[in-house]
Write a protein that binds this ligand. Structure first.
Ligand SMILES: Cc1ncc(COP(=O)(O)O)c(C=O)c1O
Length: 414
């Protein structure tokens, strides 16, 4: 793929075989086998869990989990510095999100602030493993037991990561995974709910059965995403950023879909959003899942390369915790004007902005108040949102590309 340009987003993990598959699926009228079931079975086996159910996104998987718990009223504690796609299902389930501050090193929930924010309305703790870094599960499980709270893991960033030698996703009552466009593996849209709890599994299955398939056009839009991005949009980023305008144009005319709809940024997830995972997207996800070890190996090599070679003390490097994966390599800049650094990077054709910046509920144009966040209630998360720079680690990042980013960072940043 393009040698000069470096992008963190826009179907970053797609290789030639993924694009050829997407093209083939556009012209293939239907699937003969049941790839969605196969994907669910592979997840069960990989994570050593009893039940796995596929959906059109991680947010639908989370909504299915929440509905299966049948809690009519109460609070869900979750970390700030999260995605609006995870807050909206809480609101949709008529529960209240309560935001907890984060630990500045791990970017995961701060267990001291967590205990402070527990009230008699608290029912659930949702634990996010940010960018593949395992949260402090021993402490969190202890807190859940002490206050009789339900633990759910948000593994949207952490497929394949481990804690105490066990894969993340099996520590709570249930977990959700995402195959969104910039995730560890991607089918552009897609997600999975897993559980070992028989009663919950029965309810999640009932919910999944009731959902309809997305329209053929919606599936077509998703299949088109890696194709248009790789053949048109990304190459055209080279020319004065024209690719970006093409992306906006294709989204405007409805050829490509947005990762997050405008109403979701205002705390409203349309009823019609929750759907089954179509078989064609399950095939894309399966193709990526079969390459998971290769994807994770590349992530680790690139992260180690960054770790060894970034020598600019204006950047704080992330902890190299055992079991973690690197969906991103997150730097914290001591410089107050990270926008300036990113702008300079763009001039050298590194598009390092993946949307995880500026606000504690991303994307940055999210109306945080409408999603229940009170300004200044999570100061660490607010500081991190200002100072973070996420370096790409995806399969199309070679050491040569990483070296260009490193050379840039070693010269800039103060
Ligand atoms: C931390 C986190 N959790 C959950 C989700 C929801 O996943 P999806 O986009 O597949 O609905 C996202 C998505 O961006 C996320 O970043």
């Amino acid at each position: 793929m393009n040698n000069r340009l470096i992008l963190t987003s826009l179907s970053p993990n797609t290789e030639k075989d993924d694009i050829v598959l997407a093209l083939k699926l556009i012209f293939q009228p239907w699937c003969w086998k049941n790839p969605t079931l196969e994907l669910e079975k592979k997840f069960q086996k990989y994570l050593n869990t009893k039940y796995a159910f596929a959906f059109n996104s991680g947010r639908t998987a989370f909504l299915a989990i929440l509905k299966s718990l049948n809690i009519k009223k109460g609070e869900v504690l979750l970390q700030a510095f999260t995605c609006n796609a995870v807050v909206n299902p809480i609101i949709k389930a008529k529960l209240k999100p309560v935001f907890v501050d984060i630990n500045k090193d791990t970017l995961n929930i701060d267990t001291f602030d967590l205990e402070k924010k527990i009230s008699d309305q608290s029912k659930i703790i949702l634990v996010q493993h940010t960018f593949g870094m395992p949260a402090d599960m021993n402490k969190i499980m202890e807190i859940c037991q002490k206050y009789n709270l339900i633990l759910i893991e948000d593994c949207a960033h952490s497929l394949g990561a481990e804690y105490n030698g066990k894969k993340l996703g099996i520590f709570g009552k249930a977990a959700l995974f995402s195959f969104g466009r910039d995730k560890v593996i991607s089918s552009v849209f897609g997600g999975m709910a897993i559980t070992n709890n028989e009663e919950m599994a029965k309810k999640i299955k009932e919910y999944q059965n009731k959902l309809i398939q997305p329209s053929c056009f919606w599936t077509f839009q998703q299949l088109l995403h890696p194709i248009l991005n790789n053949f048109l949009i990304i190459p055209l980023y080279e020319f004065f950023g024209i690719g970006k305008w093409f992306l906006i144009f294709f989204q405007k005319i409805g050829f490509l879909s947005k990762a997050v709809k405008n109403e979701e940024k205002q705390g409203m997830i349309p009823d019609s959003f929750a759907k089954k995972l179509p078989d064609k997207l399950a095939l894309l996800a399966l193709n990526q899942f079969n390459k998971l070890e290769k994807i994770l190996k590349n992530q680790k090599e690139i992260a180690n390369f960054y770790q060894e070679n970034i020598k600019n003390y204006n950047f704080l490097l992330p902890p190299n915790t055992l079991g973690r994966i690197y969906m991103r390599y997150s730097l914290l800049s001591k410089n107050k004007d990270t926008d300036k650094i990113l702008k300079k990077a763009r001039k050298q054709k590194f598009f390092l902005d993946d949307g995880w910046r500026k606000t504690v509920i991303v994307p940055p144009d999210t109306n945080q108040e409408k999603l229940g966040y009170q300004a200044s209630s999570c100061p660490n998360a607010e500081i991190i949102a200002k100072n973070i720079i996420n370096l790409p680690t995806h399969i199309n990042i070679s050491k040569e590309k990483a070296k260009r980013i490193i050379d840039f960072l070693n010269k800039n940043g103060n």
